[in-house]
Design a protein around this ligand. Structure first.
Ligand code: 16G
Length: 253
């Protein structure tokens, strides 16, 4: 049983002019739960008692509590009382976080575009062989792009895929993932390695940065549901777009 009634006293949650009491009580309890002040398995005082401590009617308590039950943060156990439920697992939406550059930019209200620097079928580098599980004699389709958001160059990306997954690199006009999705071969899982590197003169010129400027290098290996690696993209990203990468990492498995 929650034995700290201070949390429920009116001065902890009620302010004149900030909306109806049940709404303020609801918001307060939701905050206490998400902040861990009312941890998982805490039992709330019974409705009558809570109404007394909070100095509100039982109807007000009932409305706030039933909203929290509907939200899935409280659980009413018959004959036992009302308890704080365990937090939902964070990874619930992990797959939806596997976004493409085009989608990241769209989410941020920016228009993306690309300048293709080179596209073709090549012998794989040792890094590509390792990431994609290819032998030295096999071929990869490679697409090298300078990527823009609202006309500002933000990233340089070298994407390599086995030729049976992307037989024609010329097919990549705007979004690589759109091409893969159309063939049902988009990755559903990815592993990323992030490092800080300094730009060489050629890459700096393209990204409109000074030679030696620090950027993030992210190597993404994307996998099909079968576990087969089908994308290896090495990207250099201006660190002022780090925020979108951080968001991805939070949601990823
Ligand atoms: C992102 C991915 C990259 C992928 C690209 C596809 C990171 C670090 N990298 O930039 O691996 O190839 O999106 O974007 O997020 P597109 O579908 O717009 O071509």
């Amino acid at each position: 049983m929650q034995d700290d009634p201070l949390l429920f006293r009116p001065d902890a949650w009620y302010r004149t002019g900030r909306g109806p009491r049940y709404e303020q009580l609801y918001r307060h309890l939701a905050t206490c739960i998400s902040a861990g002040e009312l941890p998982h398995e805490t039992q709330l005082p019974p409705e009558r008692e809570l109404a007394l401590i909070a100095d509100v009617s039982r109807v007000t308590v009932r409305k706030a509590v039933s909203q929290l039950v509907a939200d899935g943060v409280l659980e009413q156990r018959r004959g036992a009382g009302t308890f704080v439920r365990p937090a939902r697992p964070k990874l619930e939406h992990s797959l939806s976080a596997l976004l493409s550059f085009t989608e990241y930019m769209r989410q941020r209200g920016k228009t993306s575009s690309s300048q293709i620097l080179r596209r073709g079928v090549f012998l794989p580098t040792p890094d590509e062989q390792m990431a994609l599980g290819l032998s030295a004699g096999e071929r990869v389709s490679r697409v090298e792009r300078l990527r823009f958001a609202d006309d500002a160059p933000l990233a340089l990306e070298w994407s390599s895929l086995p030729t049976d997954i992307l037989p024609d690199p010329q097919a990549v006009e705007t979004s690589l993932y759109d091409v893969l999705r159309a063939a049902c071969t988009a990755p559903t899982r990815a592993v990323q390695r992030i490092t800080a590197v300094n730009l060489n003169a050629a890459d700096a010129r393209l990204l409109l940065l000074a030679e030696g400027a620090a950027v993030l290098r992210i190597d993404r290996t994307g996998y099909l549901p079968s576990g087969r690696p089908i994308e290896f993209t090495r990207g250099l990203y201006r660190s002022d777009i780090y925020d979108f990468i951080a968001e991805l990492r939070q949601d990823s498995p």
